[in-house]
Design a protein around this ligand. Structure first.
Ligand SMILES: Nc1nc2c(ncn2[C@@H]2O[C@H](COP(=O)(O)OP(=O)(O)OP(=O)(O)O)[C@@H](O)[C@H]2O)c(=O)[nH]1
Length: 313
């Protein structure tokens, strides 16, 4: 059996070990809800002196207000149930900042099962949280990028497809009209041939930006459908409104006065537009809607370009 001096020296060893870890040890007596112990490492981490950790209330008040209720309620419930647990929260620092903490708690129970005390370790998880936050931001950025056309910055075909499906369903349910405009730059091959591909790209960017300006509805969407083709979804727009927006698109592009010497239309860049309005029902599939508006665009090309072909069904 160990003699007293050995035990005392063991305790000293344990204390030294506990106080030299990065994790901060602590103990709370359940009956008094007061700290029996907290490691001195708490002070360099949060700024609050070791002696200032008196009651569980001190702990609760040093949790970020947005995390406090959740964490306190969770820890009390788990402790009462005698369940070991852990909680992540922002601990407030003395200089008004915060540090992300993971508190890992062991519930010491009396013979009758009641909690006797809580002992635990606080871990500084700020670095991990920072990495997590960066990853989440990156994920959001990637999601946004995957719905954006790389050249023009407007929505891409993928976003258009997803939006059209939602808007078709919404129009069906709400029994509201839905219009689509399909636009194609006239004689764009000649534009590229005459001015070069880089100028061609610039032209696409300007047209995309101009089309974005032509839209007003909160759910209106312009997307690059591919090449020199753009598509616009106009939820809740009847045939008259859709026709007006198509003409506004043409007016705004004319105002840009992008030189195109190869075009018979005043030597400027123009577009042909198919404009289709429908009261969608179950039978109207997205592919069918697109096919029909594409036919109208084709007709506009046949009719001499720089015009709008409209149809309502
Ligand atoms: N610069 C540039 N050109 C592109 C891009 N995507 C497609 N094009 C060009 O767009 C042109 C489309 O040509 P066509 O489909 O023959 O149509 P068009 O010359 O506009 O003739 P119409 O539509 O009948 O008036 C092709 O020359 C493609 O190379 C792009 O991202 N950048």
């Amino acid at each position: 059996m160990a003699d007293i001096s050995e035990l005392t020296s063991d305790n000293a060893v344990y204390k030294t070990l506990l106080e030299s870890t990065l994790a901060i040890p602590w103990k709370i007596d359940w009956s008094t809800m007061s700290f029996a112990y907290i490691g001195p490492q708490i002070e360099p981490l949060l700024g609050w002196e070791q002696a200032s950790w008196v009651s569980a209330e001190d702990w609760a008040m040093r949790i970020h207000p947005e995390d406090r209720e959740r964490v306190v309620n969770f820890c009390i419930a788990q402790s009462q149930a005698g369940v070991d647990h852990e909680a992540d929260y922002r601990a407030l620092t003395k200089d008004n900042g915060y540090v992300w903490i993971r508190d890992v708690v062991h519930v010491v129970r009396k013979e009758n099962g009641e909690p006797d005390s809580l002992i635990g370790f606080m871990f500084d998880i700020s670095e991990r949280k920072k990495t997590e936050e960066k990853l989440i931001a990156l994920q959001k950025e990637l999601e946004a990028l995957s719905y954006k056309d790389g050249l023009t910055g407007i929505a891409n075909r993928r976003r258009f497809d997803a939006t059209l499906a939602v808007e078709l369903e919404s129009a069906r349910r709400g029994k509201t009209p839905l219009s689509l405009l399909m636009l194609d730059i006239d004689f764009f091959k000649q534009f590229n041939d005459m001015y070069g591909h880089i100028q061609g790209d610039q032209c696409l960017i300007r047209v995309a930006q101009t089309l974005s300006l032509a839209l007003e509805g909160p759910r209106d969407l312009v997307a690059r459908y591919g090449g020199e083709e753009f598509i616009i979804i106009l939820p809740n727009a009847d045939a008259v409104m859709a026709g007006n927006i198509a003409e506004r698109c043409q007016r705004l592009i004319a105002k840009q006065a992008i030189e195109h010497k190869g075009s018979p239309h005043q030597g400027l860049v123009t577009t042909s537009i198919g404009c289709l309005t429908a009261m969608p029902d179950e039978s109207l599939k997205p592919t069918e809607f697109i096919r029909k508006v594409d036919q109208l665009l084709y007709r506009a090309k046949q009719n001499g370009r720089n015009c709008v072909e409209k149809q309502a069904q």
